[in-house]
Design a binder for this molecule. Structure first.
Ligand code: ADP
Ligand code: ZN
Length: 741
């Protein structure tokens, strides 16, 4: 009773307009009340500087108190230092942050931190200066050819940076400085670059009847001004991009903003150029390769509406869109949309939530939609738009399984005779071949011939992977690396170490031996420093500067290689070995389908070859027969009977600690304290398949529940019952996990 009175007193007294709840981007789940300074307008979502402990930090004014913190004593309440001159987060962003936090069980402050991941947007803008000509200025007393060139160029009255003018005039910046001193040029602030406006009608294409029907449905969805999900489903090359561009054009024509999410690796210049060709201007980009200044500029442009269309990786979802009218998720099945650190979220699923909060339609596009999306399409929850064939009428590649038991490669080689034959034929026709192996490096295991020792990572329970190009052994889990040793670390014999199994570098070696004349390129994330270099290599392939491409999964996504005729999958079984992963079959099917689908998109019929030890496996059968429905029916039945997603919910809990006993002990304690619940099944704790990562021992628990159960509420209740997490113990909760290692 007293408490209640207390609270009421607080509500009516201090809690007037004189103070506001502020959310700080830290790992906390609550707002703090701050006194509002007089005469400062503090609308919800605006950014403020506040004293927080000994520091001053940026916070966001929230529109209602969050969390169960005790009300602050008005006498001790601190005052907001100042309001920042940064566009406020729209209220839809506040609701979205709350939703993501509630769903993922990540602290709200950390979700808001993701919404602020553009530091330079919060710093004062430093104006950049350039030079321009002074009309009617007298010529300098001393004229040189350099000076004349610079003045001639500047005569157009444009503003250029000094270095740009110097470069154009082939002189030094000293010459430009001299002209400023002489009063012929003047320094002026360069206006901030604006984003070019994509034009919805710039280069319209005539759609096929199937495309037109799908585009019509998407336009109606936009006109409805309401939330809806459409699954745009069609083989690679069926014209899905062209169809969703129509939707993009329609949303743009209504003055709305558009977000297109792609897997990070698909953000190639190919995509950007195609967008530009269609809309006359490139989209704003959002990905890890942006400079801090570009991040800040794009963030602000999302908030002001200056950026009409943003193409980005999953984190673009957290940009402060002012008026989002359409979201497109291309390659919606891609596991890369799942974020696995800090706030664990599935970008595709959260994008659907974002669309719902903004009453906007969302389009999921894929040649191999996820089982989750298929089920939603089959039950009518999603609109299912199907493009039945390839746009250019080119047939889908013919896929052949190569039975490695019947036609094995020669000793020490990895390409079976039928595969070698296929490459020979392709080379003879001057066409491109892609050899695909989803494994970086040279060999996954290094073994001593004398004592049998296997070289493991000292910090992880994993073998070190040889990277021969770099002459090192690397751990793919923690980044540990050491130079390739000459002697066995155990028995110290010299030259006894042998590489076991292939990685892409080893395939490249075999290719160089077999086809020394062929121009080869390796596409592997560890050999390519970043998106920029990646774009350059893709361009080379596109322009036919390679005969044989050897690549990991980064070749599977979104690229269009016009000369590619033959695709060879070196190890079709690789993905199926991930036993604990309920999506292993789905992922293998998607990957094999996508990779082989790269073949023959723009000319005659391409061919795909899959080396396998399990040609009878349902996934292989479906790939070879190009029978997606058979695979889907099989997989959906499996999911249904095992209560796996989307029929059931999964939550992974991972306990880790520096000592095995501590990790195991705490994992058991976690399990023991699980609240009783009838329909919730708890598996584990069990030692994780990768039992040690970075010197931390890992134990896993997996929770399985029927769809209709509120697992978040259950887990929140459970976490509240746990003993205090002390020392170096860590507990991570992963709702809808995609990783089971
Ligand atoms: P998807 O996104 O399904 O892989 P795309 O949209 O990339 O398919 O289309 C495949 C190819 O067909 C591209 O080269 C594209 O330019 C072309 N294409 C698709 N639709 C049309 C159209 N209506 N008119 C002209 N070319 C088209
Ligand atoms: Zn390691």
């Amino acid at each position: 009773m007293e408490d209640l009175l207390d609270l009421e007193g607080d509500e009516t007294g201090a809690r007037g307009a004189s103070h506001v709840p502020v959310l700080l981007p830290v790992a906390l789940d609550q707002t703090y009340d701050y006194r509002a300074p007089a005469h400062v307008d503090l609308e919800p979502g605006c950014f403020v500087l506040v004293p927080f402990g000994p520091q001053v930090r940026i916070g966001v004014v929230w529109d209602r108190p969050v969390g169960e913190g005790k009300p602050v004593d008005p006498r001790k309440m601190k005052t907001i230092t100042e309001r920042l001159d940064v566009p406020a987060l729209p209220v839809s962003s506040l609701r979205f942050a709350e939703w993501v936090a509630r769903y993922t069980l990540g602290p709200l402050g950390m979700v808001v931190r993701m919404m602020m991941s553009a530091q330079s947007a919060f710093e004062p803008v430093k104006p950049r200066f350039g030079v321009t000509s002074v009309p009617d200025a007298a010529l300098p007393s001393r004229m040189t050819p350099e000076r004349q060139r610079a003045l001639d160029i500047a005569a157009d009255g444009l503003i250029r940076s000094k270095s740009a003018l110097a470069e154009e005039a082939a002189c030094t910046t000293g010459v430009v400085d001299g002209l400023v001193k002489a009063g012929c040029l003047v320094e002026v602030a360069i206006p901030e670059k604006r984003f070019a406006v994509p034009l919805h009608g710039h280069a319209e294409v005539a759609l096929s009847p199937d495309q037109a029907a799908a585009a019509h449905a998407l336009r109606s969805a936009i006109d409805a001004d309401a939330f809806s999900v459409s699954l745009l489903d069609g083989v690679t090359g069926s014209g899905k991009t062209e169809v969703y561009y129509e939707a993009v054009a329609h949303a743009l024509s209504k003055g709305r903003q558009v977000l297109i999410l792609l897997p990070e690796i698909a953000l190639t210049s190919q995509f950007m150029n195609r967008f530009k060709a269609r809309f006359g201007a490139p989209p704003a980009e959002w990905h890890s390769a942006l400079s801090p200044a570009e991040r800040g500029r794009t963030w602000k442009a999302a908030a002001t509406g200056d950026a009409r269309c943003i193409v980005g990786a999953r984190s673009a979802l957290f940009l402060p869109f002012r008026d989002l009218g359409l979201i497109v998720i291309d390659e919606e099945h891609d596991p890369g949309f799942k974020q696995e650190d800090r706030v664990h979220y599935q970008g595709r699923d959260m994008a659907i939530v974002r669309a719902r909060i903004g009453d906007a339609p969302i389009v999921l596009a894929s040649a191999t939609p996820s089982i989750e999306s298929h089920v939603n399409a089959r039950t009518g929850r999603y609109r299912h738009l199907v493009l039945p064939g390839r746009y250019h009428g080119a047939e889908l590649p013919e896929i052949t399984a190569i039975d490695m038991r019947k036609t094995p490669p020669e000793r020490g080689k990895w390409l079976a005779p039928p595969m070698v034959e296929a490459v020979n034929e392709t080379l003879a026709k001057k066409q491109q071949t892609l050899l695909f192996l989803n494994r970086r490096g040279y060999a996954p295991l290094t073994l001593c011939r004398t004592c049998g020792h296997r070289i493991e990572c000292p910090q992880c329970s994993a073998w070190l992977v040889e990277h021969r190009f770099r002459g090192r052994l690397n751990c793919h889990h923690c980044g540990f690396s050491l130079p390739l040793p000459k002697r066995c670390p155990k028995c110290e014999e010299e030259d006894t170490l042998v590489a076991c199994g292939p990685g892409v570098e080893r395939i490249a070696e075999e290719v160089a031996e077999r086809w020394p004349e062929a121009r080869t390129l390796i596409l592997s994330s560890d050999l390519i420093p970043g998106l920029v270099e990646m774009r350059a290599i893709i361009k080379k392939i596109e322009e036919g500067e390679a005969d044989i491409i050897i690549g990991t999964q980064i070749v599977a996504k979104g690229h269009h290689f016009p000369d590619l005729a033959t695709v060879g999958v070196v190890d079709g079984d690789l993905g199926l070995a991930q036993g604990a992963d309920p999506r292993a079959g789905e992922r293998t099917f998607q990957l094999l389908h996508q990779v082989t689908g790269r073949a023959g998109r723009s000319f005659a019929r391409g061919r795909g070859f899959v080396q396998t030890h399990m040609p009878d496996h349902p996934v292989m059968q479906a790939i070879v027969a190009s029978d997606r429905e058979a695979f889907l029916n099989h997989e959906i039945l499996v999911r249904q009977s095992a209560m796996l997603p989307p029929y059931g919910r999964l939550v992974a809990l991972v306990v880790s600690a520096k000592h095995r006993d501590v990790a195991q002990g705490f994992a058991r304690e976690v399990a023991r304290r699980a609240p009783a619940a009838e329909r919730i099944e708890l598996l584990g704790p069990a030692e994780a398949p990768i039992a040690i990562i970075r010197g931390r021992y890992r134990w896993r628990l997996l929770l399985k529940a029927p769809r209709e159960i509120d697992v978040q509420a259950y887990i929140r209740e459970w976490l509240a019952l746990l003993p205090e997490i002390k020392g170096d113990i860590k507990l991570t909760v992963d709702i809808d996990p995609y990783s089971f290692l």
